[in-house]
Design a protein around this ligand. Structure first.
Ligand code: BGC
Length: 763
């Protein structure tokens, strides 16, 4: 419906009706106002399946939701680095939402994985904002192609579950712009989500649900968002402030309490009614967009989606380690017995707890999949552990060890139990349950051929890493994960996922370690922009597995890195291409990653940042060219002096490789900034800064030359031996220009110096 028509409807509504429209009618619906022809619409979680609750909702997942297909969670889909695939998953979700009459799917969840401990990391995509933004945009485009909306969440700074409703995240502006905002920015600009969900927490002292800066200035004015902003469930504190800031819809219903507050504020002249009109207009814009494009023919084909979920899951699996043990030759006649050890072989852990929890249509375990593939006779099973509590069951352990010993290979299905990762609380540590770690150690003592298959939404420590030959990371791969695992284990599918996050050796290595989850209601993001590999790689730290790591059953050779020009202006774009050849024996896909580095910079920057990735599928011997386009943003940092992105003039490096630590090709380009940063001189400006600037140098240089700095400094430096020269240079360079007064020849006074400084500032 056109905006003009919507405005006409709003103009016919009473103030009370408009206030009512600004919050839900119940847990999941927007209000219906028949008198003016406004229909109700339903929203539902999200993100990796439908959690449609028919009755009055209970968002902690106690009440049942409809049977739906549980797709791989965000942690897994990001590991695919495959925007086309994620787009298709979005289409499937959109189609089923149409069939279930849902106007908005509450997702994607794109908060940055700041700490491995965040309880909701399984729903989130990455420690890297570029990757998170691209995956989010693909998801949104997919869902919305079916005329169903999305709600990108949780905007903003909701990177922990501890005290998520009250915590105040202290994040500096550059860090917000470079790390925490870009995934939302990319998604809003590129995929235009119909709605945005404002998070519970505060940022720098202000509730995000009351922040005009985030909800209007940045979201609408800078990025062009044109849908409605809804609160996370219960994230409203001061409703009137929320309306002023740009929070259109409160969820769930406040049962009339806040409607009254809105009405009273308008009547008292404290709230401009035009702002209420705008909120209603924003909501109706989406309500009608959905209603008018309703697809009555849509079907929720659960069986087909279950199969598709397995297809996605296999592209998300990351082969972390392979000392020649994988794939397992299940098909070969002479292949011996394979012991499947661990509860998750039979009842896999494939999703996390809380509002994203799906009542799954069907669950395929690895054992089930192995039987379906005809490998029943090859497999022996032992449960090994129970995941209800972290306690070794000696009988289960002994049975598992015996079973493993008698077999030729042991595949241990391990990972984090449900209670270790969920919405509403954070993990206490980065370890797997002790009983599972012990099981792996004990099995490895009797069986040299051990493979560990992991189920987890976020990194775990691996004390047994050197005692096993293979590690397969399944993440939380959705209800058909067993099929995907079997396809990878058997080599029917060649794994191609890559880690969307670094696995540190231990929790204490993580940059947020000292400041997570904060003190009381305050968490300071003191690591700033150094999140994930930006920290580990810059500090050259040893890690368990680096960002972007993932093995294959084949090998890929990189060659012919080409840049379209050697030097460019920040208004140009640069095309980068690289040839990738499958130099191994089986078909496979490689995720080619492009990082940009600015080795010499006036500001503190990470050693490299991801600015492009591409998935290339190749037959043995085949070569394809991956191409990337880089613009100013790929080279820039956020400069708070100009409140904008800035790419300094100078030499940059283009790094292309298979992970952040496996760079295969490099090229250099020179970039020229089209604008200079504003400078403002005072008598405290240093000589070295002044001498870098031609204009300032022309005014100040002669005075510096004429002064007696050198003489003074040489005298002071006497007796320092070979260090004297360096010391003199440093003292000159870092001295403030007011030193002309202290050490000059007496011809300069304060007024004269200030006059020169004023001229230096005029250009
Ligand atoms: C969660 C959201 C979810 C909402 C509705 C909240 O507690 O933070 O992600 O969409 O509940 O279930």
């Amino acid at each position: 419906m056109e905006r003009a028509k919507i405005r006409e409807i709003v103009s016919k509504m009473t103030l009370e009706e408009k206030a009512r429209m600004c919050s839900g009618s119940d847990f999941w619906h927007t209000e219906e106002i028949e008198r003016v022809g406004i229909p109700a619409s339903m929203v539902s979680d999200g993100p990796h399946g439908l959690r449609k609750q028919d009755m009055e909702g209970d968002h902690l997942g106690v009440n049942d939701s409809i049977v739906a297909v549980c797709f791989p969670a965000g942690c897994a889909t990001a590991a695919s680095f495959d925007t086309e695939l994620v787009g298709k998953m979005g289409q499937a979700l959109g189609e089923s939402a149409q069939a279930e009459d849902l106007s908005v799917v509450l997702g994607p969840a794109v908060n940055i994985k700041r700490s491995p401990l965040c309880g909701r990391n399984f729903e989130y995509y990455s420690e890297d904002p570029y990757l998170a933004g691209k995956i989010a945009a693909a998801y949104i485009n997919g869902v919305q192609s079916k005329n169903v909306g999305t709600s990108i969440k949780h905007y903003l700074g909701n990177n922990q579950e501890t005290r998520r409703l009250t915590v105040d995240a202290k994040i500096d502006e550059r860090t917000l712009r470079e790390i925490y905002l870009p995934a939302f920015e990319e998604a809003v600009k590129e995929a235009k989500p119909w709605t945005v969900m404002a998070s519970y927490n505060k940022i720098n002292g202000e509730h995000t649900s009351e922040s005009r800066k985030f909800l209007t200035d940045i979201l609408r004015d800078e990025w062009g968002f044109d849908g409605y902003v809804m609160s996370d469930w219960g994230a409203v504190c001061n409703r009137v402030e929320g309306i002023r800031a740009g929070l259109d819809l409160e969820m769930p219903s406040s049962k009339g309490v806040r409607d009254k507050q809105i009405v009273e504020a308008v009547q008292k002249g404290e709230l401009d009614e035009a702002l209420v009109d705008l909120a209603v207009e924003n909501i109706l814009n989406i309500v009608f967009r959905y209603k008018e494009s309703k697809d009555a023919s849509a079907v929720f084909d659960r069986k087909a989606q279950h199969e598709f979920s397995g297809e996605i899951a296999k592209q998300c699996i990351v082969l972390l380690k392979n000392d020649g043990i994988l794939p397992i030759a299940f098909e070969a006649k002479q292949a011996g017995k394979v012991a499947f050890i661990g509860k998750y072989a039979k009842t896999p852990r494939f999703q996390g707890g809380g509002s994203s929890h799906i009542t799954s249509f069907d669950v395929t375990s690895a054992i089930q999949a192995a039987e379906d593939m005809g490998f029943k006779d090859k497999i022996v099973y032992a449960q090994g552990y129970d995941d209800k509590e972290d306690k070794t069951d000696e009988a289960l352990l002994a049975e598992a060890v015996e079973t493993a010993k008698a077999a030729d290979v042991a595949v241990i299905f391990a990972g984090l139990p449900d209670a270790f990762e969920s919405e509403a609380y954070d993990r206490q540590h980065m370890r797997m349950p002790d009983c599972q770690n012990r099981l792996i150690e004990e099995v490895a003592k009797v069986q040299p051929n051990v493979i560990v298959v992991l189920h987890n939404g976020s990194p775990v420590e691996m004390p047994w890493i050197d005692k096993v030959k293979g590690i397969v990371e399944s993440y939380l791969g959705g209800e058909n994960i067993g099929l995907a695992q079997m396809e990878v284990l058997s080599g029917r599918f060649n794994p191609c996922g890559k880690l969307p996050e670094t696995f540190p050796l231990k929790l204490a290595d993580n940059p947020s370690f000292l400041n997570f989850p904060g003190e009381g209601n305050v968490v300071e993001y003191r690591e700033g922009i150094f999140v994930g590999y930006r920290y580990y790689d810059t500090k050259e730290m040893e890690v368990l597995f680096p960002f972007g790591h993932g093995l294959s059953y084949t090998e890929f050779a990189y060659a012919n890195l080409k840049v379209s020009k050697d030097s460019l202006s920040d208004t140009d774009t640069l095309t980068v291409s690289v040839d990738v050849t499958n130099s191994g024996k089986v078909a496979g896909s490689e995720i080619v990653q492009l990082y940009v580095a600015d080795p010499v910079s006036d500001v503190i920057r990470p050693v490299k940042e991801l600015k492009g990735f591409a998935k290339v599928t190749l037959e043995p011997g085949e070569t394809k060219t991956a191409t990337f386009t880089l613009d100013k943003r790929a080279f820039a940092y956020y400069e708070t002096k100009i409140n904008d992105w800035y790419a300094e003039s100078g030499e940059y490096e283009i790094l292309v490789g298979a992970s952040s630590r496996d760079i295969r090709c490099r090229a250099k380009v020179k970039l020229t900034a089209s604008k200079k940063l504003p400078v403002f001189y005072t008598i405290d400006s240093t000589f070295c800064d002044v001498m870098k600037d031609e204009h300032a140098k022309s005014l100040m240089g002669p005075i510096i030359e004429a002064g007696r700095m050198e003489e003074v400094n040489t005298t002071q430096g006497e007796g320092l031996g070979s260090a004297a020269e360096e010391m003199n240079e440093a003292m000159q360079a870092f001295a403030p220009i007011r030193n002309c007064l202290s050490f000059g020849n007496g011809s300069m006074d304060e007024a004269k110096l200030q006059a020169i400084v004023d001229k230096m500032n005029q250009r």
